[in-house]
Design a protein around this ligand. Structure first.
Ligand SMILES: NC(=O)C1=CN([C@@H]2O[C@H](COP(=O)(O)OP(=O)(O)OC[C@H]3O[C@@H](n4cnc5c(N)ncnc54)[C@H](O)[C@@H]3O)[C@@H](O)[C@H]2O)[C@@H](O)CC1
Ligand SMILES: [K+]
Length: 379
């Protein structure tokens, strides 16, 4: 399977440049791969009797659009190209534009009055650098209100490819075909809402360029997950002992749901350390975990939790902490204790808040997994 990396705007651009400069793969070859792969996907989405309008901006995203038009033309008789800025084109786009003219593919600088069944959005890709205004803004607004199918190439135009913010206005795509790698902005903030169904295509950039990047994020696929074999003569202690610390009055759901993940992943034994005030409700909810109850105070762990953890911690091989705990001094003390231990640790929810009180403790030799969502741990 093609390895799926997520990069920021700068890293994705540097990778493109390195492919061209260091590996001497001509930009037009990468573009042809991009266009061929994109055309293949478009052909799965669009019937040949549907009308297609391809919107081409002033950079290489626009050049992709022109190459796609050239490849689709033989199959789609009702194909039209819009190139708003004929005098301001990247070098590659000029070459692609010449071919469009040679093939007599119809084009204009303005959006035609008729509505097309499909719009291919190649206005801006990874090179968007400021708010969209003027005629590009009007064009995007018209296409968004057309009720037609919109397919964006690389990025929905108007979405910042690093943070996913809308710059001025943005295409609301039904499909986005990401070239070479995913862009971080497809996954964050408004970006996620604007991409529609996301595809990733290989355009022939050497994989080593992704692997060498320091700031890469990789989406795991089945080949990356190495689950150990479960021998037939195994018993519950073969598969690790987990302790999950969390919960508070009216907040028993989070730790219960987290326990389902541990159970599904195949943990040998599972114990939930919770304040007494929620232990009855948890005991009724599940048969697959044991409970280590701790005296509570005002609905949260009392200070006795610190000694309780000290006495019990060595019975476990992995500890998760944080679900539904709330932000208080006991949470900070328990997180510190867990991080100072030699156990594998998963920090979630309020434990992430507690961990940043003493960030040095995160420098540990054992595995530490942080599971933030964007509001708990903004980038
Ligand atoms: N060799 C390469 O580098 C490849 C690039 N590819 C395509 O090229 C794209 C990146 O190309 P570019 O770097 O030329 O970037 P874009 O094509 O995304 O746009 C850059 C151009 O848009 C202008 N611009 C930026 N923001 C604007 C705004 N708000 N309003 C008006 N004009 C604005 C810039 O001045 C520049 O002229 C990728 O997204 C991808 O589609 C692919 O063809 C694959 C190969
Ligand atoms: K685009």
């Amino acid at each position: 399977m093609y390895p799926a990396f997520i990069h920021t705007q700068t890293t994705a651009r540097n990778i493109d440049h390195a492919a061209i400069k260091t590996y001497q793969i001509p930009s037009l070859i990468l573009m042809e791969h991009a266009a061929l792969k994109s055309a293949e996907i478009i052909e799965q989405i669009a019937n040949t009797n549907q009308s297609i309008c391809i919107l081409c901006g002033p950079g290489n995203n626009g050049a992709d659009g022109l190459a796609i038009a050239r490849l689709l033309q033989p199959k789609y008789p009702n194909l039209y190209v819009v190139v708003p800025e004929i005098k301001k084109m990247s070098e590659d786009e000029k070459i692609q534009f010449q071919m469009i003219q040679n093939l007599k593919i119809p084009f204009s600088q303005n959006l035609p009055n008729v509505t097309y069944d499909i719009y291919i959005d190649c206005l801006f890709g990874n090179g968007l650098s400021r708010d969209i205004t003027g005629f590009y803004k009007t064009m995007i607004q018209n296409v968004n209100t057309s009720h037609s199918t919109i397919i964006s190439i690389d990025m929905p135009s108007g979405i910042d490819s690093t943070m996913g913010n809308v710059l001025g206005c943005a295409i609301h795509a039904d499909y986005t075909i990401s070239l070479d790698c995913y862009k971080q902005g497809q996954w964050l903030n408004e970006g996620k809402n604007h991409c529609g169904k996301l595809y990733l295509v290989d355009i022939g950039i050497p994989q080593i360029l992704h692997q060498k990047c320091m700031d890469k994020i990789k989406i795991l696929n089945e080949e990356d997950i190495h689950l150990p074999n479960r021998p037939l003569n195994a018993h519950k202690s073969t598969f690790g002992k987990a302790l999950m610390i969390g919960g508070s009055q009216n907040m028993h759901g989070a730790i219960h749901m987290a326990s389902l993940s541990a159970y599904k992943s195949g943990i040998g034994t599972l114990t939930l350390m919770v304040p007494e005030c929620i232990s009855n409700v948890l005991a009724i909810k599940s048969d697959f975990y044991m409970l280590l109850q701790c005296a509570d105070r005002n609905g949260i762990f009392s200070s006795k939790a610190i000694d309780l953890l000290k006495q019990n911690i060595n019975n476990y091989s992995i500890i998760s902490i944080g679900n539904g705990m709330q932000k208080n001094n006991i949470t900070i003390a328990l997180v510190e204790q867990a991080l100072k231990s030699d156990k594998k640790i998963v920090l979630d929810a309020d434990a992430l808040w507690a961990a940043q009180k003493n960030i040095e403790l995160l420098k540990r030799s054992e595995t530490t997994i942080l599971t933030p969502h964007i509001k708990k741990c903004p980038i």
